[in-house]
Design a protein around this ligand. Structure first.
Ligand code: SF4
Ligand code: SF4
Length: 523
């Protein structure tokens, strides 16, 4: 057991689950040959979809790292070619989504050269001399997003408000979900790059300390990270072993365990002076800033009893998951269900052509079918409440979601549910609770979107009416002004004519008088 000298806090709820991580950590991670075709989705992150750049067309040759699509807002990042080759299509393809949704992808036929051309961005090895705002822009340009699953644009997270200074930077290496071991292997093999990434982030957010939280079931990762911190001789950074308990790897949960501070409901960790990033994100930031390399690949765990040789692979984004399975020894007769992520929070994939994306930390292939046991009525046992790590009332949320009482679900903090599945796991009635929460959240989101749209339409209509009214008013004012001017002009010219007539009469009279006087004088 690994001891830590730092005081730790205990989260409510949580579960001790069968880990099943060892099966994929028996050999070092490795790279595999490029697939014959890469399918790169434009939207791989939370936020707005980037726009395809003008010189990226079907038939165009692109270099590794070349920008395929550019961010259209702050809440977006660029997308890049993950190897060199020719674009064969820009079209809708199935993506990693439980519904089998299709979305816009750039299809790339690799030429096998993996050539960068001049696609690398300028490197900042002396990044401490560079303004943090420039480095944030670099992180965005390089397409770096949170790789722990949230896929939130990292540049936004690293944009610290002056009124909310950051005290603690947390690197999340907890990796609590069963089967997943990609962060474990990354920490064992790339610890120095992760620590260097932490130092880049520290330059950007200026925290007083950086805590690297790792569950204590990863002794090799903890040792490797500690050695890297010692080598960096940076006293601000501390590796902290945290007790193994699902879901300690949730950002809010890990923040509480390490700092004792709770992220407020509906708030962000920056509200309590914390920024939390996954260890893989730290490595991507290091590559983006120090080497000018966009985010092009990640470690993925390929595991489960449906795969012959469970392992960890470093693969370019866009690689079809069938290619991963083929290079992990192929599938076994147990390969019934393909999931992105672990057994608790993963989503089922319906198409082996689905590509690896930035959010994909694990491809779990096994024979566990979804909800094989029929749901029975809730017996109000309260086990779900005991297991919930966010102190919610899962049973109550279930009733509200079922009755479509979404306002009540909102009032009971449904938005704080991290969909960890603990409640569902312990439910003796086998009720698919998380599906109910996802349904309720989707309905609330749709309601909110519809309201925003309606508000926008109303505002547009009111603005239109106001513009018509203003135009009418301005026209009337103009008309009145013209009339007044015309009136003034008429009056003035009349006066001038009268005056001229009077002057003429006066002159005539004076002339006549002068003539009479001259005749009298002559006589
Ligand atoms: S665990 Fe299941 S049966 Fe028990 S209270 Fe919760 S929802 Fe009901
Ligand atoms: S899925 Fe949501 S409600 Fe259920 S235990 Fe996790 S956080 Fe609590």
């Amino acid at each position: 057991m690994i001891q830590t000298l730092r005081k730790l806090w205990r989260n409510p709820g949580g579960l001790h689950l069968a880990e099943n991580k060892d099966i994929s950590t028996q050999c070092p991670s490795r790279q595999i040959p490029l697939a014959a075709q890469l399918v790169i989705p434009l939207l791989q992150h939370a936020g707005e979809k980037p726009k395809v750049v003008t010189n990226v067309n079907v038939g165009a040759y692109v270099y590794k790292g070349q920008t395929l699509a550019v961010a259209q807002s702050n809440n977006s990042v660029n997308v890049h070619a993950t190897t060199s080759g020719t674009i064969s299509a820009i079209e809708l393809r199935p993506i990693a989504h439980p519904s089998g949704l299709h979305d816009l992808c750039v299809v790339l036929m690799p030429d096998g050269k993996d050539a960068w051309g001049d696609s690398r961005l300028p490197a900042y090895p002396n990044y401490t001399e560079i303004d943090p705002a420039i480095l944030r822009q670099r992180v965005k340009d390089a397409g770096v997003v949170g790789m722990g699953g949230a896929v939130f644009p990292s540049a936004v997270k690293l944009n610290v408000r002056p009124d909310k200074p950051i005290r603690t930077l947390i690197l999340n290496g907890a990796e609590c979900e069963p089967y997943i071991s990609c962060d474990d292997m990354l920490m064992r093999e790339q610890a120095a790059e992760i620590v260097a990434g932490a130092q880049v982030m520290m330059h950007m957010v200026k925290p007083q300390e950086c805590l690297i939280g790792v569950e204590d079931n990863k002794p090799y990762a903890i040792a490797a990270m500690q050695a890297a911190v010692d080598a960096a001789q940076d006293s601000r950074i501390q590796v902290v072993a945290v007790p193994t308990l699902y879901p300690s790897g949730g950002a809010k949960q890990l923040t509480f365990i390490l700092t004792g501070k709770e992220v407020p409901s509906g708030g962000r960790s920056s509200d309590i002076g914390v920024v939390c990033n996954n260890v893989a994100t730290a490595r991507a930031i290091y590559h983006a800033v120090v080497h000018g390399e966009p985010s092009l690949s990640r470690y993925v765990t390929v595991t489960g009893n449906g795969i012959a040789q469970p392992c960890n692979l470093e693969v370019p984004f866009g690689t079809p998951i069938s290619h991963l399975a083929a290079h992990a020894g192929g599938t076994t007769p147990q390969a019934k269900r393909w999931r992105m992520g672990g057994p608790m929070m993963g989503i089922t994939l319906h198409d082996p052509a689905v590509p690896v994306v930035k959010a994909m930390n694990c491809l779990l292939i096994n024979d566990e079918l979804e909800h094989t046991q029929a749901a029975m009525p809730c017996i109000r046992c309260g086990r779900c409440t005991d297991a919930c790590p966010t102190s919610l009332l899962p049973q109550q949320l279930y009733w509200f979601a079922r009755a479509k009482e979404f306002d009540k679900a909102k009032a009971h903090h449904l938005s704080d549910c991290i969909e960890c599945g603990c409640c569902e796991y312990v439910c003796p009635s086998h009720i698919p609770l998380v599906s109910y929460y996802r349904f309720a959240k989707a309905e609330i989101r749709a309601e909110r979107t519809a309201k925003v749209k309606a508000d926008l339409a109303r505002e547009r209509h009111e603005f239109h009416l106001e513009r018509l009214e203003r135009a009418k008013r301005e026209k009337a004012e103009k008309l009145a002004k013209h009339k007044e001017q015309a009136q003034t002009t008429t009056d003035d010219s009349k006066k001038a004519a009268i005056q001229a007539a009077l002057d003429r009469a006066k002159a005539k009279k004076a002339e006549a008088a002068a003539q009479t006087l001259s005749e009298d004088t002559t006589a």
